[in-house]
Design a protein around this ligand. Structure first.
Ligand code: SF4
Ligand code: SF4
Length: 102
C-alpha cells in the first residue's frame, strides 16, 4: 500500500507492505499524531490520516516486521498551483466553498 500526502509545510510518502504486517499495532500505539488505524476487515495497520504526520519516524523504527518505509518529499517538489488546486478540490468535495490561493 502506498499513501502520500501533500502538505504545505511537508509532504510524506508511506510505503507499507501490508502483507507482512503481523498485527502488533506498535505503529498505532507509538504515533502521537494518530495517523495509523487498524483495518479490521483486512487485518493490517495503515496510515489513515497522513496529513497529520510530523515525520518523527517513530512508527518506522518501532515496526517489528520492518514493513513501513517513510519517504519525506521535499516541498520544493510540490507545485504550489497543484497544491492549491488540490485543496480546492478537497474543499469542494466536502461541500465547502473556500478558495485557497498561493
Ligand atoms: S512518522 Fe511519526 S507522526 Fe508520522 S506516522 Fe510515523 S509515528 Fe506518526
Ligand atoms: S508496527 Fe508494523 S507489523 Fe506492527 S501493526 Fe504496525 S505495520 Fe503492522
Amino acid at each position: 500500500m502506498i499513501v502520500t500526502n501533500q502538505g504545505q509545510q511537508q509532504s510524506v510518502k508511506f510505503v507499507v507492505d501490508t502483507e507482512r504486517c503481523c498485527g502488533c499495532r506498535r505503529c498505532i500505539r507509538r504515533c502521537m499524531e494518530n495517523v495509523w488505524q487498524w483495518d479490521e476487515e483486512n487485518h493490517y495497520a495503515y496510515p489513515k490520516y497522513p496529513d497529520e504526520c510530523v515525520l518523527c519516524l517513530q512508527c518506522e523504527m518501532d515496526c517489528l516486521n520492518n514493513v513501513i518505509d517513510i519517504y519525506p518529499v521535499s516541498t520544493l517538489q510540490v507545485d504550489p498551483l497543484e497544491y492549491s488546486a488540490g485543496l480546492n478540490r478537497r474543499e469542494e468535495a466536502k461541500g465547502g466553498s473556500k478558495t485557497w490561493q498561493v
